[in-house]
Design a protein around this ligand. Structure first.
Ligand SMILES: C[S@@+](CC[C@H](N)C(=O)[O-])C[C@H]1O[C@@H](n2cnc3c(N)ncnc32)[C@H](O)[C@@H]1O
Length: 197
């Protein structure tokens, strides 16, 4: 399987980028002195004790958070990417799971979806994923998601995402246009923070 079981859009991404090349890309960027940890900086600034990296892929964000001393677990439906995460960080718990049906016996202060997870999942899984992740939050925990807003048919809108969150008992707390907390004023990328009641 090369991503078809995740979604058509994820399979399209998988066809374009060889995984070893994607895996080494981040190391190359870091070696060139480029900032590669914006998401981890943002999530770390929330001072969480325990984070779920939901749609963790190769685990780059979870691994960085763990390196900073934060307890973290990762979950993803694509075992080919999880293999890289397991290889790089065998000490972290990685779950091979569909987020729309996730049922872990733990709760987290922060559940994070960096890296466009919400646009690479199946459109019909958007609200079920938000609902299942909301169920993994501790009271007053936050769901953080960063995703692009594009003009494709079936593109996810912020109104649709907010409606999924409201349906799952989550309230919009903050929204930015970057992981560096630039204000959101209608840009084509948003980082949204929703809080559980
Ligand atoms: C672009 S990757 C981002 C990976 C990682 N978050 C990062 O920032 O490096 C999107 C990920 O979402 C995962 N994904 C999409 N739908 C999913 C679902 N229903 N359950 C679990 N993972 C899913 C894909 O398998 C893929 O690894």
């Amino acid at each position: 399987m090369t991503g078809e079981h995740v979604s058509d859009r994820w399979a399209e991404w998988r066809r374009q980028i060889p995984l070893p090349e994607y895996h080494s890309r981040w190391e190359r960027m870091a070696a060139e002195g480029k900032a590669t940890h914006g998401e981890a900086d943002f999530i770390g600034s929330l001072r969480p004790h325990r984070v779920l990296d939901a749609g963790c892929g190769m685990g780059r964000v979870a691994i960085e958070l763990n390196r900073r001393g934060i307890e973290v677990e990762g979950a993803d439906l694509d075992d080919d990417l999880l293999a890289f995460a397991r290889g790089d960080a065998p000490h972290i718990t990685w779950h091979h799971a569909d987020l729309s049906e996730l049922a872990l016996d733990r709760r987290f202060d922060v559940v994070a979806m960096p890296g466009n997870v919400m646009i690479f999942c199946r459109p019909e899984h958007r609200c079920p994923i938000v609902a299942s992740l909301a169920a993994h939050l501790q009271p007053e925990g936050v769901l953080v998601a960063g995703f692009s807003l594009d003009s494709r048919p079936e593109a996810l809108t912020l109104a649709e995402y907010d409606a999924c969150c409201a349906g799952a008992g989550l309230t919009l707390f903050e929204r930015f246009s970057s992981w560096e907390r630039d204000p959101y004023t209608g840009q084509d990328y948003a980082v949204s923070v929703h809080r559980s009641r």
